[in-house]
Design a protein around this ligand. Structure first.
Ligand SMILES: [Zn+2]
Length: 76
């Protein structure tokens, strides 16, 4: 059965459980996965920071009720 490198797609020759041509391909693949994770984390952190800022502005000192219409009007 032919196996292909997870990074570059070339045929792999060697052990049955080998996933990559070489260390360079393994490194490229893992770096790409890590970069995608970091991008997702940055997006989520940005959303959380924005939400926190909105809630701080609307509720500076305790517990208040904020209507959906106010949120929609002030923070679009
Ligand atoms: Zn490769």
């Amino acid at each position: 059965m032919e196996k292909h490198c997870l990074d570059c797609g070339q045929n792999i020759i060697g052990r049955a459980d080998k996933k990559f041509c070489d260390d360079q391909c393994r490194s490229n693949y893992n770096n790409r996965l890590r970069a995608e994770d970091q991008t997702t984390i940055k997006k989520i952190n940005h959303i959380l920071l924005k939400n926190r800022k909105i809630l701080n502005e609307l509720n500076p000192e305790g517990k208040v009720k904020v209507t959906k219409s106010k949120l929609e009007k002030d923070f679009q």
